[in-house]
Every structure is written in C-alpha cells, then in structure tokens.
Design a protein around this ligand. Structure first.
Ligand code: ATP
Ligand code: MG
Length: 408
C-alpha cells in the first residue's frame, strides 16, 4: 500500500472508532461508519446486514448509495452476503458478470448494476453476526486486496463496538409462524424428462400478515400456492401447518384443512351462475365448521344491496367481491389469492384490494397473494420474490401503503 493510501486508511479507522464510541444507537453508529468507509474507499454503495438466527436469514439493516434495501433478506448461505455470514470468511468479487456466486435479484428490484463487491463478516467475540458489503468502486476499477483488508478491519472494529456496548440489533418483529415450507421441491414428468418447477422453497407464513408473492411467469408461484393450499403435493420437502406435519398426504386431514382453515380467491370468480350473491356465500357457509353469518360476509365486501343479484347482473369487481365473501365466510386463518385483480381495471382492483386490506386489519386473517403488479406489493407486510423455483428475496415492508394510496 502506498503511503497516501495508508494515511487515508488510518484516518478512516480513527474516525470510525470515534463514531462508534460516541453514537447512542447502533444503527446511527454503523451508518456513520459506513459513510466513512464509502468515502475512504471511494465506492458507490454499501450496506450492513445482520444474521437472524431464528429464521436463518440475513437481513439488510440499512444501506447508503442506492434506493433503500432495508428489510430485504436472503437465506444464510445464499448469495455473496449469505456466504460471508455462513462461512465467516470475506469475499471479493472482481467482476459480478463472471462470478456465479453473485445473484442479481436485489439489483433487478433496484434497477441497479453491481459490478464489483467486497463483503466482510461482522464477527463479535463468539460468532458471525452479520456482514458489511461494499459495491462498485467509483474510479471504475474493481476492488483490490487493500480495500478488502481495510473493510475487514473496519468490520471487526464495528463488531467489537457492538459487543462492548451491548448495542442491540434492531430485530424486526416476527409474528407467530402458522405455516412452514422447508426445502419444498416439485417435479413433473414431461415426456422423457423431468421438469423441476420448485427447487427447494424455504418460507414461513406468519399469523395475520399480508404476504405478496412476485415472480416471472412460470417461476412456480401458483404451484407453491397450491401446495400451501393442500391442493397439490410436493415431490419432497416438508410442509408444517400449525406445528403439524403435512408432508405426506393424509386426505382426511387435508380436506379438513382446505374446508376450515383456508379461503381461496382466484383470478376467475368461479361463482355458481344460478345462485344469487348471498346464496353463493351461504352454500360455502353450510359446509364450514365455524362460519360467520353469510349476510355479514356480503356486507363486509360492500355488497349488501346486491345480495339478491345473480353473477350475470354484477360487474367483474362485484363478482370478485362475492368470491372474497365466499372465502371469508368460513372465518379462515389464511386466504390464498392467485392474481385476484388481474382481470379487473384500476378502480375495481382498488375496491377489491380495499376489502382484502380490511380483512387483514380487522379479521386477523393472513393473506398470501400472488400478483404481477409491483404496485400492489407496496401494501404488503412482506414481499417474497420467487425466481426459477426458489425464494430469491424476502422484503419486510416497514410502512405498508393502503389500497387507496396505490396508483398505476
Ligand atoms: N401439471 C403440470 N405438468 C407439467 N408442468 C406443469 C404442471 N403444472 C405447472 N407446470 C409447469 O410448472 C411451471 C410453473 O408453473 P406455475 O403455474 O407455478 O407458474 P406461475 O409462477 O404461477 O406463472 P404465472 O405467473 O404465469 O401464473 C411452468 O413451467 C408450468 O408449465
Ligand atoms: Mg400462476
């Protein structure tokens, strides 16, 4: 290292030590430290990630230089950051386009291009607690060993400060898990070959959350949802519902689960044409264990005045609201919705989303919704992205929007 660089680096270490000592909050200390590191090394963006042991995921606490990635998490072991937290070893990626360890899923979300990365573990006295990642040198070069060694030193200073001060890592509140998918795989025999549709899905669904699933057409969203809904079986992996193992199909238990626990909403409304709105809902209430009054369900979706109309007398949005009433009349714990607004225009979509929002807020229900509309994802508590049959990222949304705030 030349002496100019050495001086600059020594100053940075000094500055960061100071900041870590003075700051009252861990986040403040680390974000100040990150600013110094970015300026000193001269890079475009940087982020600090923490490992959450319970969920075995690594979550971005904050970042500088790009649109916020706070709340995004990846599996421990997955991607560059995940490998650093898993192994406790630093990684330097000189050229992301030539390095297969790099996954571009976060970039795609941010419309950002990562060229070069260094990532160093945050280790306290006992274990790896997270990682610091730096992206793209401003001078256009790739990162070198000097940069990595500085980043490592700063990361260890930061980790020691965290340990010494007993500063708590701001863990995002996790709700009770109702359904767990572990290493769920799904294969289809197609001609002579095997089509791998789900390649090891790991996902928890929490109580009373609005979960949105995004991903390109064909990536396996509906397949995953059908497995969660007990309408299809995985080839391997484990599915746990309320602590009970559902990995091996037990028809009786599954029928009960589908009937009492889950409500379904699809893109097509599937209403019975010769029954009125109310009768369509009554029909489901009659076969449920713990239904609400069908008239109340119809009222909750804002269709009290339309209760006696037949589907053919109603608009698409109204018919979809009847199908929501049919899903909620069972008082389900979970509602699965596969592109429920795909066939609707903007105004009717918002009407339908408002009803779904109300169900999550006031009924304590969880909703898992598949959509292609990224604007709808802004309403979610968490956004799961699937890519090629795997969960590529999960984002916790700190400030979900109301349906009425969306526009497209
Ligand atoms: N019964 C089946 N037999 C063979 N292949 C299937 C079967 N069901 C689904 N697939 C294939 O599995 C892949 C994933 O399908 P899936 O319906 O889960 O995608 P998706 O993410 O919901 O897509 P979209 O956004 O278009 O609805 C597709 O390539 C599909 O062709
Ligand atoms: Mg689908």
């Amino acid at each position: 290292m030349n002496s100019d660089k050495q001086t600059k680096y020594t100053q940075a270490i000094w500055q960061i030590t100071e900041q870590l000592r003075e700051a009252e909050e861990l986040d403040e200390a680390l974000s100040n430290a990150l600013t110094v590191i970015l300026e000193c090394i001269g890079c475009e963006a940087g982020s600090v990630w923490f490992l959450h042991k319970d969920s075995n995921r690594v979550q971005a606490a904050f970042n500088i230089g790009t649109e916020s990635i706070a709340g995004i998490s990846v599996e421990n072991g997955q991607g560059i950051v995940g490998q650093v937290t898993k192994t406790g070893e630093s990684i330097i990626v000189e050229d992301t386009s030539k390095d297969e360890r790099f996954s571009s899923s976060v970039d795609e979300e941010m419309e950002f291009v990562t060229r070069s990365i260094i990532c160093a573990p945050l280790k306290d006295q006992y274990e790896t607690i997270g990682a610091i990642e730096l992206i793209n040198k401003l001078d256009g070069n790739s990162f070198d060993k000097d940069d990595l060694s500085l980043c490592e030193q700063l990361a260890s200073l930061a980790a020691i400060a965290i340990g010494d001060r007993g500063l708590a890592i701001g863990e995002i509140e996790e709700k009770r898990t109702i359904i767990s998918l572990r290493d769920i795989k799904k294969e289809y025999q197609v001609g002579d070959g095997v089509l791998q549709v789900l390649r090891g899905i790991n996902l928890d669904i929490y109580e009373n959350e609005f979960l949105v699933v995004l991903g390109e057409s064909g990536c396996g969203k509906s397949t995953m949802m059908n497995i969660v809904g007990g309408m299809d079986f995985p080839t391997s992996g484990s599915l746990t519902i309320e602590g009970k193992d559902f990995s091996t199909p037990d028809e009786k238990a599954l029928t009960q689960y589908r009937r009492d626990y889950v409500g379904f909403i699809f893109q097509s409304y599937n209403l019975m044409p010769n029954l009125t709105a109310l009768q369509n809902v009554q029909f489901i209430a009659e076969i449920s264990k713990n239904p609400m009054d069908p008239a109340v369900a119809i009222e909750k979706v804002g269709l009290a005045s339309r209760a006696d109309n037949y589907p053919s007398q109603m608009s698409g949005g109204q018919q979809q609201r009847v199908s929501i009433a049919r899903a909620i009349v069972k008082n389900p714990t979970l509602i699965l919705a596969d592109e429920p607004t795909a066939a609707l225009d903007f105004t009717t979509s918002i009407e339908v989303l408002t009803v779904i929002e109300d169900i999550v807020k006031n009924q304590g229900t969880s909703v898992m919704m598949i959509t292609h509309n990224t604007e709808i994802a802004k309403m979610a508590n968490r956004v799961v992205k699937l890519k090629n049959g795997q969960v590529s990222s999960i984002r916790f949304n700190m400030h979900p929007l109301s349906a009425s705030d969306l526009s497209w």
